[in-house]
Design a protein around this ligand. Structure first.
Ligand code: CS2
Length: 466
């Protein structure tokens, strides 16, 4: 069977929405994993089709591995999105990714591309840990940040942005840096990190370019599990050519973007994105409802031996707990965005999780808990405690993470070593809770020292381990 590329386009049942050969690169995307290819790249392609604007091809950047480049380069950047919902799967070929750079092989090329005057938007999906933050600021003790600051070609995301911005002083065209990660106030947060870096780096021109740049906040949503061999076989069946880079996704997709651009941008609103003054209510609702219940189902589900989120949410006790979490602990902390009915949103989230065609593994959602918990769960805990409430159900989600970490032989987490060493020699529920609460990069003193929270955690951990 032939492979998907520009020469096999004519063999496809349907090609990309725009001719990829006619696109020039106007966007650099840092972190070209499956999520970007099933989300921003799809919006970008649709916007190009509707507007006819050919300036918005994408250069994707892989921060660590060469896998995505190795899959996409032989395919001229083409790949497909396999949508799995009710009924038969559907497939579309996307042509908006024009090339892929990898940081380990050529960090300078990444900086040069960010500095290209034809590029006016840098988007990011580098996951929570990719920001190398500590609290609200940049973790200046991070060895990779230190190595970038010492002057090597930058290999951290923040280092790349800073160096790219500084080099833009040569032409002075302003840049928009658009974080698409699941973080609270992701745009302002990233601005702060780049500012921290700038203060430590002394890069000529950076301060001025940073003044000109904008960092809009955004909320992104689409469930995109890791691609499996079954997905690749399905893609080949539907396309008639092989696609090594296929990504799989649910039908739903949503993007809410703060309308704060420093220069030109794709007409993403024509493709269904919402551009608004205030993203915060959308982002809070999504992180605290969808991502929080996702994490809770991942930990409780994994502890019950479920492989996938869909299996976990079909367990009535677990879906009942997810509903309780949203109703009793989360919704009281939220100001709904205009037009969003929070209980209905909560129900739709659980319906999406139940999609049996998506094999989203509990282990995938469970990873990186140390950086996900503060964003998804701990803000709710804090708000409930300040309101004088007992955050019973949200504490269960935190406790489930604790037990999951304690029980797993290996934890997939940037702080795995730290977590495991905190738990060394620990045998009781109380000691487990205290050991993990003492990890100050996760739990701030107000939470660590709160007796209500601590005793809820001890109760839950006791029950989950008995
Ligand atoms: C998930 C998210 O892996 C995870 O932690 O909760 O990736 C989730 O699928 C997306 O945020 C949905 O938009």
């Amino acid at each position: 069977m032939n492979r998907l590329d520009l020469t096999t386009l004519t063999e496809l049942p349907t090609g990309p929405a725009v001719d990829p050969r006619g696109l020039t690169v106007g966007i650099v995307h840092l972190g070209i994993g499956a999520f970007h290819r099933a989300h921003q790249a799809v919006f970008t392609e649709q916007a190009a089709r509707i507007s006819g604007d050919t300036r918005w091809g994408i250069t994707g950047v892989s921060q660590r591995s060469t896998t995505v480049r190795d899959q996409l380069a032989p395919q001229d950047g083409l790949y497909s999105v396999l949508t799995r919902g009710q009924g038969d799967p559907s497939i579309e070929v996307i042509g908006s990714v024009r090339d892929v750079l990898t940081v380990p092989e050529d960090p300078d090329a990444v900086v040069a591309r960010i500095a290209d005057p034809a590029v006016s938007v840098v988007t990011l999906t580098v996951t929570e840990k990719g920001y190398r933050a500590s609290g609200d600021g940049l973790n200046l003790a991070d060895p990779e940040i230190q190595a970038d600051l010492a002057g090597r070609s930058p290999r951290t995301v923040v280092g790349q942005l800073a160096a790219g911005l500084a080099r833009r002083a040569e032409h002075g065209e302003p840049l928009t840096i658009l974080s698409c990660d699941n973080l609270v106030a992701n745009g302002p947060f990233l601005r702060r990190l780049v500012q921290d870096y700038a203060e430590a780096a002394d890069l000529k021109g950076l301060a001025e370019q940073l003044e000109l740049a904008t960092f809009p906040a955004s909320m992104v949503d689409r469930i995109v599990p890791a691609t499996t061999e079954t997905d690749r076989a399905e893609a080949a069946r539907l396309l008639g050519v092989r696609d090594e880079a296929v990504v799989v996704a649910e039908p739903f997709l949503q993007w809410v973007i703060e309308d704060e651009f420093a220069g030109p941008r794709p007409a993403w609103e024509s493709a269904g994105a919402v551009l608004t003054r205030d993203v915060a209510p959308w982002e809070q609702a999504k992180l605290r409802m969808l991502n929080a219940t996702h994490s809770m189902l991942a930990y409780l589900g994994a502890l019950r031996g479920y492989e996938t989120i869909a299996e976990a949410v079909r367990d009535e006790e677990l879906s009942g707990l997810a509903q309780d979490l949203m109703r009793t602990d989360v919704i009281p902390t939220l100001t709904p965005p205009d037009g969003l009915d929070l209980p209905a949103y909560g129900a739709s989230v659980l319906e999406r999780f139940a999609n049996p065609a998506l094999k989203h593994r509990t282990a995938q959602v469970a990873m990186d808990g140390s950086v996900k918990l503060p964003v998804r769960l701990l803000g709710t805990v804090r708000d409930r405690l300040s309101a004088g409430a007992e955050p019973t159900v949200i504490s269960l989600a935190v406790a489930a993470w604790m037990v999951y970490v304690a029980k797993s032989a290996e934890v997939d987490d940037p702080q795995a070593t730290r977590l495991k060493s905190a738990l060394e020699g620990v045998t009781t529920a109380t000691a487990t809770v205290d050991a993990l609460l003492s990890v100050e990069t996760i739990f701030t003193p107000d939470l660590r020292d709160n007796d209500v929270f601590r005793s809820l955690l001890v109760d839950h951990v006791t029950r989950l381990t008995s």
